[in-house]
Design a protein around this ligand. Structure first.
Ligand SMILES: Cc1cc2nc3c(=O)[nH]c(=O)nc-3n(C[C@H](O)[C@H](O)[C@H](O)COP(=O)(O)O)c2cc1C
Length: 227
């Protein structure tokens, strides 16, 4: 039997090509392509095969409505996520966070100390970076951290499947910071925790916000070999 599965090399190329997109073209993604991406992403593992993810996927006027509501909320109300945000990024996590933040700011021309510029770039989160679609991801509250973990796998699956379909994407915890608004507007039941959103569409490749790439740590930094 011939092995028709993609090689690790081919998969590595797909992983390397994916990156978070922060400027999209307004062109819609055909619904069949979105369905194909979802059907591919759902093949990730989950504890007990519970498949706890649910997505509310917006297109067209609904994306516009969501964008407008988020932008208004970001100018006014405080943030109120279902899943508490990290309390601190220390040590290497702090430096990686800072490095990717600076890479973005440098790409879009925001200088150190330019608070208005960084606030403007932060607000791009709530305009969904111009994406024509947004998928809001939730997990049953009673599954706790493990439900969130399974959904994290789904996020990886979705973003990689999207890349393979020529669709750019970005996971966004920032959107989940307005959980009450999302529950209300998208009729997501209160017993489901909103974890993040994934904005997606076709990349605007010439936009400065898409002009940088993040790096990854050396294997020794995260692997402890025994035996
Ligand atoms: C769960 C999760 C939440 C994220 N939230 C945001 C966000 O709110 N805003 C943003 O600009 N990027 C967000 N990102 C994207 C990360 O910044 C990005 O994945 C990381 O810097 C690595 O870059 P890459 O995706 O281009 O490889 C998020 C990523 C994940 C996995």
């Amino acid at each position: 039997m011939t092995n028709t599965l993609p090689t690790l090399d081919a998969l590595n190329q797909l992983f390397a090509a994916r990156h978070s997109c922060r400027a999209f073209l307004p062109t819609d993604v055909p619904q069949q392509t979105i369905k194909d991406i979802l059907a591919c992403a759902q093949k990730v593992p989950s504890w007990c095969n519970a498949q706890p993810w649910k997505l509310t996927v917006t297109s067209g006027e609904e994306t516009k409505r969501l964008r407008e509501a988020l932008m208004a909320a970001a100018l006014g109300r405080g943030h109120d996520p279902d899943l508490p945000f990290p309390t601190a990024y220390e040590d290497e996590y702090k430096s990686r966070r800072r490095d990717c933040g600076w890479a973005l700011y440098e790409a879009v021309g925001v200088k150190k100390g330019d608070r208005a510029g960084s606030a403007r770039q932060m607000m791009e989160n709530f305009s969904l970076f111009g994406a024509p679609h947004c998928a809001v991801l939730s997990s049953p509250a009673e599954l706790g951290g493990y439900g969130a973990m399974d959904c994290g796998g789904f996020v990886a699956g979705f973003t990689l499947a999207a890349q393979a379909a020529g669709v750019a994407s970005i996971p966004q915890a920032a959107v989940a910071s307005f959980a009450p608004l999302l529950h209300d507007m998208l009729e997501i039941p209160a017993d489901r925790q909103i974890l993040c959103a994934i904005s997606f569409g076709y990349s605007d490749p010439g936009h400065p916000a898409n002009g940088f790439r993040t790096s990854r740590a050396a294997l020794e930094e995260f692997t402890d070999w025994r035996g």
